[in-house]
Design a protein around this ligand. Sequence first.
Ligand code: B12
Ligand code: SF4
Length: 634
Amino acid sequence: MRLGVASLAGRNDIARSNGCKPTGEPAESRQHAADRDGRSHIADSILGDTLAKRAFRVALIKPSHYDADGYVIQWWRSTLPSNSLASVYGLIEECARDRVLGPDVDIEIEAADECNTVVDVKAVAKRIATAGGGMVGLIGVQSNQFPRALDLGRQFRALGVPVVMGGFHVSGCIAMLPSLPADLQEALDLGIHLFAGEAEGRMAEVLCDVAAGRAKPIYKYLNDLPEMAAAVYPILPRSVVTRVAGHYSSFDAGRGCPFQCSFCTIINVQGRKSRYRTPDDVEAIVRANAAQNITRFFITDDNFARNRNWEPILDRLIELRERDKFNIKLLLQVDTLCHRIPNFIEKAARAGCTAIFLGLENINPESLMGAKKRQNKIWEYREMLLAWRAQKVMTYAGYILGFPTDTPETIARDIEIIKQELPVDILEFFYLTPLPGSEDHKTLHMRGVPMDPDMNKYDLEHACTAHPLMSKATWMQVYADAWTRYYTDEHVETIMRRAVVSGINRTKILDSLTIFSGAARIEGVHPLQFGFLRRKIRSQRRHGMPVPGALAFYPWRVADFLKVTAQWLRLIWRYRRIMARVAADPAARSHRDEALRPHTAGGETDHFVEVFADKIPHTHGAPVRAAAPVEASA
Ligand code: B12
Ligand code: SF4
């Protein structure tokens, strides 16, 4: 029997008998190559006898990506939730509620974030077959996750399972490039359907098409961005959320950012106009999660400060916290001008914000201007960071290495300046990367400048194109050195002292320092991808890499595990001792240093701003330029 065709034909029946509107081509012409070609016997046995059932099972998988050895980066517990997964889960749940495949067809859903769950491809395919049909959705696939997503898609296609893939790689490439890149074409050749744009209001169409065996190769909705008000909201079952340490869930309170940073993909996919959820929707999200005993949220807006509805949303969250006693804790992403918005920081803290991510990106105005990040005004950094600190909110700042004028010396100097003069807690480093979907990527692509063809490396932890002043080896060394330079024991102690005197939660700062200091250096992964207890599955190796024999793999894995665990234990022990010393020191409660010096708003210029005085353009509000640059302190 021709399995995949049979299963699609079966769904065809479901879709037709239940009124999904047909959209064109005859079913046979729409079968992708992989359907027409021979398929494995497993597929035959899996999908064989199940067509009579009236259920359609959707397996949502958020792919991870590969480490340098070709093993999937996954953990017993991850540290950050996937909002893409929650968003798409909410949309499929809506389709299930609305019975979009007909009154007699149950839509069953399962969801897995590969960062914290090992995906058993055959078992998933079997569950889909047992249900009577369905599909796999590869969710929120970023460029660095595309090779892994393709490998998963390849395996599911070989078993005859329909696969649809969405996310920033698909959307970014289709939004910015004049033609389809080879990797997206490879996905199409495997019979994987691609979805570009946002799926709110479009998911029923996709499900109906897949169920009817008439899914389009590409769904393109990039020029038609859905409104967020009253849109279906992100949600995940508790069993999925609890696989994230700290049981954080997520939602986006809005999309779109007005700025124009040239390395950013977001503006080219989600647009520059602020689209936002209503306070009622946000309350509904909080209540739905609280009903599952989940009250911690990562609000994933790239820039919550530019969400035009930030104030009524925060007011509602404050009400839920203070009046209804929901123990809400928030993690927000904001920009470096947010302190200028009256009441923003104070209200964020009252709404439960305990930590923020912000894109400091660099302290050299020349680099910021070059990347069109004009809104980052370094002479306001200290005031902004102190404003968050005054509210006991911890700050995580992203710092990009590899702007055109960066050299090992300037980077070393700048990190020392930050340590001494800026009251930021956690600094995380990234390579400047031409991410598909960004203006930078498009420019290099159009000019034919070589870029690494391996998308797995577009994780901001690899040098993906040449730097004008540093060789690749030097740039890599600079990246490795940056972590070591910032997270010295001495500076870790200073950050702890600053936290104690500012009343920032000690456990939180200790845990974050440990993770951000160790993730890149011990595990070889960026802290944003970190989790607890690394898993390496022998058989889940990158396509094309040999699966090692058990006798070679397990002894290596045990040695690897013991080495890494010993390194972690040493780091944990060291940092705990430092914190104990700081906590016991009465002087810590009155600690002062240059970074904590109160900002008087009296027009004074910070020392580091003077260092860059000749690079600051004549922008409104910039301090008066000093005659000559002052010697840096590093
Ligand atoms: C939250 C977030 C994270 C979180 C969680 C990941 C997640 N996807 O939720 C964390 C912190 C883990 C993370 C990490 C990283 N991230 Co991130 N992240 C984001 C952020 C801010 C929001 C994601 C989100 O929820 N978007 C909203 C959802 C609804 O949009 P969506 O994912 O596109 O999904 C919609 C459509 O694409 C479509 N869709 C998606 N999947 C599917 C599947 C099917 C079947 C269908 C029909 C439709 C469909 O429907 C969805 C609903 O409309 C985005 C920026 C952004 N604005 O999206 C960056 C972003 C996705 N991250 C990015 C990057 C680079 C990273 C990192 C590599 C490094 C870093 N500095 O952040 C790491 C590595 C992650 C890893 N390997 O796991 C880039 C990716 C660019 C690219 N070309 O790949 C983005 C775009 C930001 C940027 N710098 O430009 N990230
Ligand atoms: S501020 Fe952030 S989201 Fe906005 S354009 Fe710049 S990098 Fe992108």
